[in-house]
Design a binder for this molecule. Structure first.
Ligand code: HEC
Length: 266
């Protein structure tokens, strides 16, 4: 079927190919891990989510999780007065017209454990209303305490501040793209070429190669476009996942192809 079949190569060369596929597979796994570590804090929240990618490539407004939680009525057990006191702290006190100051509360940190506020100091309100579930020591029974611990100002600060997340500087983006587009482009070419020379069904092979290469293109076009168009983030996510996932799959398929026992000629 194939003009050139990997399986017709001598055993030594086939084993060498298995090694190289292993190297490329490890590279793919490492870049996945790097991606998560590099971006997971972009939205200033734990965990790698779509918001991290949006923050990195498009920029976004990050709303403090404490505010989100309090405004959605969480936890139900907190009195209206305590809830208002915490929101006053996070967002600044309302004026006579019921409007909060535009700049928020500039003394968020010093008010946190302000003695003047007495029982209404955020540190006290959080201790009374939240630590039952959000103290690190409660993590065994309340899983949420691991992701959102509220024990000290160091813990609370990251969840108390809303801010603008700026997309990566265009110069840095260019550095990243020039390295990745060239290396991933060549890698896709090599992996596709190897996959083409296997005995797997031609239709599947060409479909997988097409989706991989289209995914890679979508990923990089998305990276360029995401600064201006948030939809670009979807191209990055879907294209990147398709291209890298399928490259991993192709490597596996190549390994299987070169090591499986030869079929007995009828
Ligand atoms: C009875 C246990 C409990 C108490 C008390 C509690 N929480 Fe939570 N909290 C949770 C759980 C469980 C979640 C996970 C989401 C959910 O199920 O609502 C959560 C989620 C959150 C989140 C993550 C964002 C979100 O909106 O889901 C924040 C922030 C938060 N809580 C803040 C607070 C604050 C501030 C207080 C005190 C005023 C508080 N919690 C009191 C159990 C608690």
């Amino acid at each position: 079927m194939n003009a050139f079949a990997l399986r017709s190569l001598p055993l030594g060369v086939r084993l060498a190919l298995v090694c190289l596929c292993g190297v490329l597979g490890i590279g793919l796994a490492a870049s996945l891990q790097h991606l998560r570590w590099h971006y997971e804090k972009r939205d200033e929240r734990p965990g790698f989510t779509m918001d991290d990618v949006t923050g990195a490539y498009h920029g976004m407004q990050s709303v403090a999780p404490l505010r989100v939680a309090l405004e959605r009525g969480h936890p139900e057990t907190t009195s209206q007065a305590d809830r208002e006191a915490l929101l006053d702290w996070l967002l600044g006190k309302k004026d006579a017209a019921g409007k909060r100051p535009k700049q928020g509360n500039p003394s968020l940190g010093s008010d946190y454990d302000s003695i003047d506020l007495g029982d209404k100091a955020p540190i006290e309100l959080i201790r009374a209303n939240c630590l039952e579930c959000h103290a690190k020591s409660a993590a065994a029974t309340h899983a949420i305490a691991k992701q959102f611990p509220l024990d000290s100002w160091d813990d609370v600060r990251g969840f108390a501040i809303s801010r603008e997340i700026n997309p990566t500087d265009p110069k840095k983006l260019a550095i990243s793209i020039h390295a990745h587009a060239l290396s991933l482009g060549v890698m896709a070419l090599v992996v596709s070429g190897l996959f083409w020379c296997t005995a797997w069904p031609r239709k599947i092979v060409s479909a997988v190669i097409l989706v991989t290469c289209a995914g890679l293109l979508a990923d990089f076009v998305g990276q360029l476009a995401a600064r201006d168009y948030v939809a670009g983030v979807w191209f990055i996510m879907a294209g990147g996942a398709a291209a890298n996932g399928l490259m991993g799959l192709m490597l596996l398929a190549v390994v299987v192809d070169v090591i499986r026992p030869a079929r007995k000629e009828a």
